[in-house]
Every structure is written in C-alpha cells, then in structure tokens.
Design a protein around this ligand. Sequence first.
Ligand code: IVH
Length: 669
Amino acid sequence: MSEDIKNRIDKLVKEINFHNNAYYVKSAPVISDFEFDQMLKELEQLEHDYPQFASANSPTKRVGGDITKKFESVTHEFPMLSLSNTYSEDEIKDWVVRIKKLSEEEITYVCELKYDGVAIGIRYKNGELERAVTRGDGTQGEDVTTNVKTIKTVPLTLHTETPAEFEIRGEIFFPLENFSKLNKLRAEAGEELYANPRNTASGTLKSQDSKIVAERGLDCYLYGVYGYDLNFTSHSEAVKTAGEWGFKIPDSNKRMIENCKTIEEIMDFISYWDKNRFQLPFEIDGVVIKVDNYDQQEQLGFTAKSPRWAIAYKFKAEQVSTRLNEVTYQVGRTGAITPVANLEPVLLAGTTVKRASLHNQDQIEKLDLHIGDQVYVEKGGEIIPKIVGVDMSFRSKADGVVEFISHCPECGTELIRKEGEAQHFCPNEIGCPPQIKGRIEHFISRKAMNIDGLGPETIDALYNSHLIENYADLYDLTFSQIVSLERMADKSANNAMASIEASLATPFEKVLFALGIRHVGETVAKKLARHFKNIDQLAAATFDELIAVNEIGEKIAIAIQSFFQEEKNRIIIERLKNVGIHFEIEVVENASNTLKGQTFVISGVFEKVSRNELKELIEKNGGKNTGSISAKTNYLVAGENMGPAKLDKAQKLGVKIISEDDFLTMIEN
Ligand code: IVH
C-alpha cells in the first residue's frame, strides 16, 4: 500500500515537473490548466496525508508559504565575479583586438543579453536543487533557496542525466508584465508604486515569506554552468546543454549568437539590441560578449575582479531630442507650483513622451530653457522623463527665454516663494480651485477619512456643479444631488452616500490628518492627537506649547497656528463637529498588556495588516513603536522589501527579528 502511494507521488512529481517545464520554460503546454491543477491538488493531498513521502523539492513548493527568518550567509565555491563594463563601442573593438593578440588561434565569441536583475548561483546535487545563493559581495552571498524554489522556470528536480554536482548561474528578473500588474494592484490599494523592475526583483527575492515571491512571478535566465567534472569544451555547449536539462536559456538565436568571429558581427548584435531592447518582455541593460572556448578562456584568465574573456557593453540611458513647445504649471493641493515641459511628442524607450518634469524655477534657469528649444529628454530608471540639456545648434530658431510665471495659472493670485525654498506657492488657499479640490481629495483619501465611494472625477463634478466647496459640504450632500451628476448610476450614488456616512466613525488622529494642515502628515497628526486629546486644546495651544511636543518643530507649529487663525477653517470644523465627526481622542483601553515594556521597530511592507494597523496593534497591546533600531529595541517586525541596513543593524545588536505572522501570534496569545 505505502509502496503504491510512494509510486503515485513519484509519478505525479515527474509529470507535474514535465508539464511545468513545457508551460513555463518552453511556452508549449501539453495539457490544459485544469488538468495540471488536478494533478497538483492530488499531489498536495497525498503529501498532506503521507508527509513521510513528500520531498523537499516537490512542485507543491512552487506556491510558497515557507518563511525564511534569516537568510544564512554562504561562501561561494566559485567566486561570483563581475564583468568589466563599457559604454563605448570603441572599447569593445579594442577588447577584441587585445584578445586577438593574446591568442594565436582563431577566437569565436558568444553574444548574450545582459539581463537587468539579480545574479543567482543555484547548486544541484544528484539532480535535485540543493541551494540557491545571491551574489552578495562575490565571495559570500545569502541563501535564498526557499524563495528561488517558487520561480517556475527554475527546475527543482532534473529528470535527465546530469553531472552529480554542479552550480548553474543566471539572473533573476521581474518580467515587465508582472511588474506592471503588481504596480496596478498597488495603485488600486493606494500604495506607493515600485520604481523599477530590477530593485523590486531584488527586494522580492529577499522576502521572508516565499508566498509573496511565488505570487509576484519572478523569472530566471541561466547563463553559466560551473563544476569540476563537466566535460564541456565551450560556454555555448554548456548553456545549450543546460537548456536540455530543463533550464531557461535564450530560445531565439537573436537573443544569443554563437560562432561570432568578427567585430562587425558583435557590433551588429549591440546595435540591434540597443534599438530593439524595448520590445523584450523584460529589461536588459546591455549585452555581454564572451570568448566561447573554455581552453581559450583559461588562457586569458582573470583580473582581480572580472574575467578577461568577457566584457559587457552597457546601453546609455535612452535619450532623444525634441522641441519644447510650452511650459505649463500645475497647482497642487498645498498650492505648490510645478512647471511641466510640454514637448513635441517623441518616441522614447518604447513610449510616446509628451511631457517632462521641470521641478522648479531654478531647474529652468539652470537649463536656460527657451520656448522652441530642441531639448534632450532622457529616461533613466524612473517613470517620468526629464530634460537633461538643450541642443544649442537650434537655439537661433528658438523664441524667448522661459519666464517663470508670477501669478497662479488657476486663480490669478500672485505667487510667493519663501526664503530658502525651491518651490513657488499660490497663497490663495481658500479660492484656488485645484487647491480646494485637492484638499477635498486628500480629505476622502484612504489614510484619511477613507471615503472610497467618491473618486477624483466625482469630486471634480461635484465642485463644478457648485455642490461642494469644502470638505464639510460633503456631509450636506443628498442622494438626489449625487445621482444628478452625469454618468452617475443609482448604485454608485448609494455607495457614495454610504461611505460618507461610514466616515463619521473615523478616529480623531485620522480626522486631524484629513484636515490637510500643512506639514501635518499622518505621524504628526497622531502625535498631536495623543498630546492634545481634542481639537479645541490643539486650536488653543500656544506656539511654545506646540513646539514642546516631541518632534513638533517651528515650521509645523506655525502651520497649525495659521490654520486655526483662519476663520473659514474654524467654521468648517464647527460644521464637521455638528455632523458627528470625532474631534477628540477616544480613550481606548489597551486590548492587552501583552507587549508592555517592549519596544518595536517595523520595517517593510506587510501582507495581512497595513503598517499603520501594525503600529496600532503594538500600541493597543501596551508596546511602544520607534522609528529606528537601537540597543533598546526588543523586536524588529520585518516585512517585505525592508532595507538591508536595518536588518544588518538588528542582527548586530541582537534584536529579535520576527515576521508579521510571529507578531500576530504574539498578541493572539
Ligand atoms: S556572465 C564572471 N552573462 O551582470 C562573470 N552575466 O557584472 C559572469 N549578467 O550581476 C557573468 N546577464 O548577474 C553574465 N548574460 C550574462 C549576464 C550577466 C546579466 C549580470 C550578472 C552580474 C553582472 C556582471
């Protein structure tokens, strides 16, 4: 009986691995998703019922769930070197000439893509994935095996004849489609977007919860095989054989060329990918040229840091020149003015660019911008392109110099620029439409009153129909007023009404944040609420009383006082009080004293609770939150993407590092 079960498990593992490879590596599925899921479910059930037969490399590990508390440091058997880099085609030519001089034989080269991700070394023993380690400092890296096992294109078990022991190296990266899906979800949840796929891949790989890694859909290309008895004579042979073993290697001869013998062929590869890299479903930051033959590689040897037999050509951040048609100015919620360059639309890094950020007046002056200038636009790792210079050979065709505006483009009020500040402001807080709408949008936002039945378009429509002029007006709205807006269905109007009603329960500290007092962010609002207990005491506080509060400086104190000096603001607060909004702190009994005397630092992003909820839970259970790790810290609650510096410091100081789940278990008890 148990023999039958074991055989069935082995058979399922083999079949699932085969279909996994067909689907993810070869992109040629043989069975339907449904059939695949059925097999996986059966295996999960069997492993659950007969854990003695479950293997550490079962394909059920792909879904993740195992937690790595601490990534162990591992010394690489073969150091993970880097490549010498150049941005210059001439240097590539010089390198080829140098190599030719060093060897009498004919040299053949392999040209590959330089994947922009995180280097990984994965060891296999007797056909089983044993350990996956990051590059680290090249000598020592971190053991991220649990997380790497969730990457579908990395085989867990090799079903063909392979050397007993070897290490395969490659690059883990974030496919662009999965990266934008992740950012879309974050945008919907009101979370800050990740800036670029490379850093996010690196952060994800260090997640303590492998489930997160599994969900995000990282991928991996392999580009090198290391070991003692490998019997390969060339790099291309090793890579192609790794492909036969089930690893993901470039599947088109455009993405990897071998048998390359001339500078011209290398240059063609470089220029092809410099132009076409944006068509790839992942990011590359250059190409790598390698001497193919292993004997020749050995003859050429290494410098201290990198092999002489390989070189990377790095692409320059893509730059185009286009005409500056106009500079327009955006007015933010706080009245801050941001100049925006309106450009003649131009294709850059795969997207059409029409606008670029100009930051402030100083930036415009530094660039000495003239309307009609031909400007250089560059896209680095960031999402918004920037102007990096002017092509002076076109200057004679340009019009006048860009004069920074003196009056608000929205309400005509004269702008001010405070001493020492880079930004201009429109001081007409009360009458300037984008400031009014911006304040209402801030008021309803997730971290403030969380009125999710209203969005910026509805706020716009309500304001344009003169139904609201400030956030207190929201509470006077009727169903028929909302439903009368264009394209507003009954259901949405009901939702809006319900979420306005629900916002009455918002606690004081969030209400205080929602008011949009300058410099009063979430944390400051919390501090003020705790200290002054209610809005009346806060409004009556003197300057000295304000700055006596921990972390409240002069700038914040002035902003608070000027907010309450404004009669219109006082009237709005009275109206909000009358509809039942909380303007005093609720005396919350501690849920428990479980965490009494314990100091916590939280870092990273969490899955089950938000950072704020986590902080609240710590405080409700009698614990204390602090921002930075010190010898007094008892626990570091480590989320995803936490900074390595914090982790390092915590380890050095012997601070206990716990996961979100550990924390939740702590307070459950
Ligand atoms: S070969 C001895 N090939 O580039 C060096 N590296 O500085 C062996 N990379 O972080 C590396 N694509 O992970 C090689 N096709 C490729 C690569 C590649 C990306 C990364 C590598 C390392 C960096 C080299």
